[in-house]
Every structure is written in structure tokens, then in C-alpha cells.
Design a protein. Structure first.
Length: 378
């Protein structure tokens, strides 16, 4: 019999708050972390993004450690993990794994242009630094696959637990807003000149953001309220940055996840989608959802609250979606006004109560990667 897999603990560090409760309160108020910045060290022109104040990270980290060797991103990841590891009481032994998910990691280390800084930019070094802070005995596992990284890390954790390699896996995901990331999306002409508007007719691109999020994935129910019941990841290999025009990779990912979960489209109560607000991504998602007869299921993008947090996005949005299910509240898709995709989808326009038993989390990224994971409330 296949092992059941649970989410036992969650946490997140974002511009809206340094724990899950404060983030949910901000979302219910309609607050957004996206602001106008005029930092010429990052971009020559003003830009909209969702960025955590350095002083907040510094003061929060000083409460748990006086060590100054950690990078800004490492501090954010440690802050996301620390209360979870403490609260869980789980021994960090050979049956407890650590997965770190990121797209760019410590890419800002490269600014120094030295041998040491190049070493610090390696993702395995980032993972080891965070793992060593807590004393994990197992070798850290890095998941880095463009913008599906965060949700893919849950898929990897699920399968490792089902294979009985581990009993518990702590997963952390994170990325920063950096000059490297800003210049890259700007070169693609993919950045919005206003806070992003996922699925809207007048959307013009992404707003970038930064965050860390963490979950405990376990074979034991403990106090868990959520179970992971299906997952799949398909690469459509369409283009280096453009998604499949038919939504083929996402379509197959969701279909496979539904098959494993043994459910049909009528049983999904809510979809936390990727929703980057770029013309091609939103269109592709709408097509894929219609192909699966999911066009009437309430769907939102949380990018209007957080911006696109790259490798953190899938995990951060899962953490928020879990609260959505636990509290039976559908959160608005902030920034949405008038439908702007060719296929109709049921975008959530305002916070509303709803019975949520099963929900789907999707993500898509550069290189044609797509991941879908299905969760059930217990």
C-alpha cells in the first residue's frame, strides 16, 4: 500500500509579514507588497516590485542568531524554517531530509567578482549553509527548475516519502529581487509598468517579488490538516521562455495528477494558478484549464499580492492555498478587472466563503516546465 503524505507545518517570510497569520490578515485586507521603487543600483528606471525591507530581515534574524556570515537570502530561509523545526520537535536524523528550492539562489554574491563569491553563488553551498545552521544529518537536496521549483519540491518530497527513503522532509524555497533578475525580465520586455494584473485584458507583464516559504512534508499525520494526493511534472519543451500555445505540458501535468489522486474535474474546489500576468502564460493556462473542463472552478493568482517570487512562488502560494482551504475562504485574484484570455475561466474577484475540500496548485516556467499538485483537506 502506498504511503500517505501530509503537510504538517507551514511558514512564510514576505513583504506582507513574517508568519502565515500576518500574511492572511494582509490578504483579507487587500494589501499588496508591490510598490514603486526608484533604486538605480537595481534598475536605471523606476519599477514595481515586492521587496522585503533589509532592516526587517536583520532585526528578525538577530533574535535567533548573532552570526554575521549568512547572506540575506540565507537569513530569509532560516527565518522561514526556524519556528517550524522548533515546533515540530522532529529529530534531524537519517530519516529526516532537507530540500532547498530556488531559481537564482545567492546570485547577488557574484557582484563581488572574487573566487570566494563565485563559490558562495553555488546552489549546493547555499543549501549546505542553511542545513548546517540547523544541524541536518542528511545531505541537502537542491531543486532548481525555473519557476516550478517551489511546487516541484513538494512533488519530490512526496515521492521520497512514498518510496520510504525518508519519514519527514523539511522544504524551503526562496528567491530575491536582484539586479540580475530585474535585468533579465526587463530584457524579455516582460515587466509591467504598473502592479501586475493576472488574467486581465490590459495586463502588460510581471511584477517581480521576493519571499521564502517552508513546509514540513511527512508520512505521519500528527496535527496535519492537509494531505498530498496527486502530483505530476511535464516539460513540453516548447521554447526557452514561451509556454506551449496549446497548454500541452500543463494539461498533461494536471491530468496525471488527477489520475493519481483518483478524482475528476468536478471534485476540485479551487485552483491556485501560476498567473504571471504575461500575455502568453495566462492565455496558456486558460486553454489548459478548459481542455480539462476546469473552466468553472474558482481560480486565482496571488501574484497581485506578492509579485512573481520565482522559485519561491509555488511553495509560497501553496502555503496560502492551504490556509484558504483550512479557513474555507477563496482569496481574491488581486489586480484582476476584465477577463483578458480567449477561453473563459472563473477568476475570483473578491474574498468569499466556500467549502474547499480538494484544491489544485499549478506552476509553469521557462524551458517548458509545468507542475501540478493536488491537495485534500483531512
Amino acid at each position: 500500500m502506498t504511503r500517505e503524505v501530509y503537510i504538517n507545518e507551514t511558514n512564510c517570510i514576505t513583504p506582507l509579514g513574517f508568519d502565515v497569520a500576518s500574511n492572511i490578515e494582509a490578504i483579507l485586507r487587500g494589501d499588496s507588497g508591490i510598490q514603486l521603487y526608484q533604486d538605480i543600483s537595481l534598475m536605471p528606471n523606476p519599477f514595481y516590485a515586492s521587496i522585503i525591507a533589509d532592516e526587517k530581515i536583520k532585526s528578525a534574524f538577530e533574535k535567533i542568531s548573532t552570526d554575521t556570515k549568512y547572506s540575506r537570502l540565507e537569513k530569509m530561509m532560516i527565518l522561514a524554517l526556524e519556528p517550524m523545526i522548533k515546533n515540530s520537535g522532529i529529530e534531524l536524523n537519517s530519516k529526516t531530509a532537507f530540500i532547498l528550492s530556488t531559481t537564482k539562489g545567492n546570485v547577488t554574491a557574484l557582484i563581488e567578482n572574487s573566487e570566494a563569491s563565485f563559490q558562495n553563488a553555488h546552489l549546493d553551498v547555499l543549501a549546505k549553509n542553511v542545513a548546517d545552521f540547523f544541524g541536518f544529518q542528511t545531505t541537502p537536496i537542491v531543486v532548481s527548475n525555473a519557476c516550478v521549483s517551489g511546487i516541484l519540491a513538494i512533488s519530490v518530497a512526496k515521492r521520497m516519502i512514498q518510496s520510504e527513503l525518508y519519514d519527514n522532509i523539511f522544504v524551503v524555497a526562496g528567491d530575491e529581487v536582484s539586479e540580475f533578475v530585474l535585468s533579465g525580465f526587463n530584457a524579455f520586455q516582460a515587466m509591467s509598468d504598473l502592479p501586475c494584473k493576472p488574467y486581465s485584458k490590459n495586463r502588460t507583464g510581471v511584477s517581480l517579488g521576493e519571499a521564502t516559504a517552508a513546509v514540513l512534508v511527512s508520512a505521519e499525520a500528527r496535527n496535519a490538516k492537509i494531505k498530498v494526493i496527486g502530483d505530476s511534472s511535464i516539460n513540453d519543451a516548447n521554447h526557452i521562455s514561451g509556454p506551449s500555445r496549446t497548454g500541452e505540458g500543463l494539461f498533461r501535468s494536471i491530468k496525471n495528477a488527477m489520475k493519481e489522486a483518483k478524482i475528476n474535474s468536478n471534485q476540485i474546489d479551487y485552483i491556485s494558478a501560476h498567473g504571471t500576468a504575461t500575455p502568453f502564460n495566462d492565455e496558456m493556462e486558460a486553454i489548459a484549464l478548459n481542455r480539462l473542463d476546469l473552466q468553472n472552478v474558482p481560480v486565482n493568482s496571488l501574484k497581485g499580492f506578492y509579485g512573481h517570487t520565482l522559485g519561491a512562488s509555488g511553495l509560497l502560494e501553496t502555503v496560502i492555498a492551504i490556509e484558504s482551504a483550512n479557513q474555507n475562504i477563496l482569496f481574491e485574484s488581486k489586480g484582476f478587472d476584465e477577463i483578458g484570455v480567449s477561453e473563459t475561466i472563473n477568476v475570483i474577484e473578491k474574498n468569499e466563503e466556500a467549502s474547499i475540500e480538494i484544491f489544485l496548485k499549478t506552476a509553469s516556467g521557462f524551458g517548458g516546465c509545468n507542475t501540478a499538485v493536488i491537495f485534500e483537506k483531512i
